[in-house]
Ligand binder design. Structure first.
Ligand SMILES: C=C1C[C@]23C[C@@]1(O)CC[C@H]2[C@@]12CC[C@H](O)[C@@](C)(C(=O)O1)[C@H]2[C@@H]3C(=O)O
Ligand SMILES: O=C(O)CCC(=O)C(=O)O
Ligand SMILES: [Fe+2]
Length: 344
């Protein structure tokens, strides 16, 4: 449940504007080695240069698994508030209406979880042991010891992390980088700082003047790559380089990929992290699941030498992921430009 006071609702109200539909490029991850794969790698690089956003088909993540996680997540969000709050925590755990520590509000409730390189959800990352069992609650029984939601999330995180690494390998190919795991290793490392977020945007409440609500305010994702999937509900919007918003057509079979700030740095600004937001306009609940692929805390980030060209100027000074992350978590607002502090 999301409960906002009248003044808070006014704070997140948006004019009822209808942005045009975004044209989102598709990249087929199952393209056969040879000419088809080379074309997919080129399409991926163009999409990252132009929009910092694309969708992947042929991704190999079983849709039955995806639908099962989504159903279990919907079951979790339908639990009584007190049970959901048993898994509450900051920044990881269950939360509603507040995003980050800078005062951002949204018409949203969510689970934010750390993920190990094997896809497991470490108990220390959130009150995992208290994550209520959605299936047990649904049939009224509290005696079921296993928690299908937790198991499903782990299976899902492992599958999506593998896919994210596949995307980063194809990207390395398209950029002409050697070795093939030049970027993916940053997400595949045992210490990589990967996260999984499950967002629930309840249907919008009756509002005066038909205004819309901010579900998740405008921001870029700080990590290398984000892999997003939603239950076929609209609401996600991306900004073009000129700042114009466009609405992403829902697609329940593909995954959407966002370029994050760290990838912008690695590519010396050739790829730009995509500004995006979620606007709640629907009569239907939106459930989205996002895997954030981040490097290990001590990883130094700077433009990859192979992408600098001879005598090229580095647009960013070197910093560690831990440094960047702590700068993003010190009361920063979603909309803030976090990379500018690291520009040369
Ligand atoms: C206001 C904030 C919330 C956020 C950390 C930040 O300081 C700026 C980026 C936000 C974001 C967006 C992507 C992910 O959802 C997230 C977990 C992340 O790493 O950066 C969130 C952070 C959050 O919700 O705490
Ligand atoms: O819920 C969504 O579709 C997007 C949310 C988002 O951008 C995020 O969690 O970083
Ligand atoms: Fe995001």
């Amino acid at each position: 449940m999301v409960v906002l006071a009248k003044a808070e609702l006014e704070q997140i109200a948006l004019p009822a504007a209808q942005p045009p539909l975004a044209h989102v490029r598709a990249v087929d991850l199952s393209a056969a080695p040879g000419a088809a794969r080379a074309a997919a790698a080129r399409a991926l690089v163009s999409a990252c240069e132009e929009q910092g956003f694309f969708r992947v088909t042929g991704h190999g993540v079983p849709l039955e698994l995806v639908r099962a996680v989504e159903a279990a997540a919907a079951g979790f969000f339908a639990l009584p508030q007190a049970e959901k709050e048993a898994g509450a925590g900051r920044p990881v755990g269950y939360a509603s209406k507040r995003i980050g520590t800078g005062g951002d509000l949204g018409w949203i409730e969510y689970l934010l979880l750390s993920v190990t390189s094997a896809g497991a959800l470490p108990a220390a990352s959130f009150a995992a042991s208290t994550l209520p069992c959605a299936a047990a609650a649904a049939d009224g029984s509290r005696s079921e010891p296993s928690c299908p939601l937790r198991e499903l999330l782990e299976e899902y995180a492992a599958a999506v992390r593998r896919m994210a690494c596949g995307v980063l390998e194809l990207m390395a190919e398209g950029l002409g980088l050697g070795p093939a795991d030049a970027i993916s290793r940053l997400v595949a490392d045992a210490d990589s700082d990967n996260m999984l977020r499950v967002n629930h945007y309840p249907p919008r409440p009756e509002l005066q003047h038909g205004s819309l609500l901010t579900g998740f305010g405008e921001h870029t994702d700080p990590q290398i790559i984000s892999v997003l999937r939603s239950n076929g509900t609209s609401g996600l919007e991306i900004a073009a380089r000129d700042g114009a918003w466009a609405s992403v057509p829902p697609d329940a079979d593909s995954f959407f990929i966002n370029v994050g700030d760290a990838l912008q740095v690695l590519t010396n600004g050739r790829f730009r992290s995509v500004k995006h937001r979620v606007v709640v306009s629907s009569e239907r609940s939106r459930v989205s699941m996002i895997f954030f692929g981040g490097p290990p805390p001590g990883q130094r980030l700077a433009p990859l030498r192979q992408l600098m060209g001879d005598g090229g100027r580095s647009r960013y000074r070197e910093f560690t992921w831990k440094e960047y992350k702590s700068s993003t978590h010190r009361g920063s607002r979603l909309v803030d430009d976090r990379l500018c502090r690291f520009e040369n």
